[in-house]
Design a protein around this ligand. Sequence first.
Ligand code: MG
Length: 347
Amino acid sequence: MKRVRIEASGSYDVLIGPGLLKQAGELSRQAVAPCKAAIITDDTVKSLYGDLVKESLEKAGFSVEMWAFPHGEQHKTLATLSTALEWLGEIRLSRSDLVVALGGGVPGDLAGFAAAVYCRGTRFIQIPTTLLAAVDSSVGGKTAVDLKAGKNMAGAFHQPELVICDTDVLKALPEERIWDGAGEMLKYGILQDPELFESMKNGTWQQAMEETVAKCVSIKRDYVMEDEKDTGVRQFLNLGHTFGHAVEKCSGFSISHGQGVGIGLLMAARAAGVAVSQVEEALKACGLPTQSPYPARQLSEAALSDKKRKGGKITLVLPEKIGKCCLKTIPVEELPFYFAHGTGETL
Ligand code: MG
């Protein structure tokens, strides 16, 4: 088992290894004394792992309740949050009790936000069950639901007490869910770690899941510890995201976040004129698309509709080489130019 220690406004461990779901109770007890524990998950994850986690927590002395909402990003709403909060009230959870966020990014973000606001802040534990959640959303304390105006537009910073990541669960994911996490993992490689990038490009990372996830979490940890509230260096974690979000948005979110980020990473490489063929090769090796189905003009309009209010400037993350990136703040009027370079079009 690997242990990555995170010291932010709260300090906690991210535990990564095989068979950890079964030990969830024992591991939780080392971070939080047994109390009432409210598991919040979605219907898919509940049917796969709900009972296993519940029994493990009960065996360790927690008194456990579980609630599931229908799976899918379309349920990451204020309405679901409201039902979750009322449920916590009904079961009389107190602020010294525990919320357990079990599942992928959607249950993690929603349950984390519920914990952030229930009784003005309740302790919580993250148990990510997708690769994307394991390497990204479960670490760093960002919690949220979506608004009609956009994704993650209502939320809070709330650090968990513990993150438990079972690599057996990650290995059992359907292939497309694995590739979905791979987009963010490639991002960490391009940001900081040529070795990680190489292992993604030659496919060896899947034999070393525990080490690879721990590496990604450590890289994210470094940015989060320096800039918990996302006003400075944490912006580097947006590599590929300005381009990628535009792709996701144009597709009406039928292109997944991981795929969008994958395309966005290649667009960033093209816009910078750096490591283009390497990134393209890595995306192919990870089963990710390499070309935006939408032209630059449509993409930049989608991006601008999000960014206009930001005082006329936008910060892009651009690679300098594999393992090193820079921040570049540009006037929004120049954004179409970068998108055109990103898709390889001429305006
Ligand atoms: Mg992301």
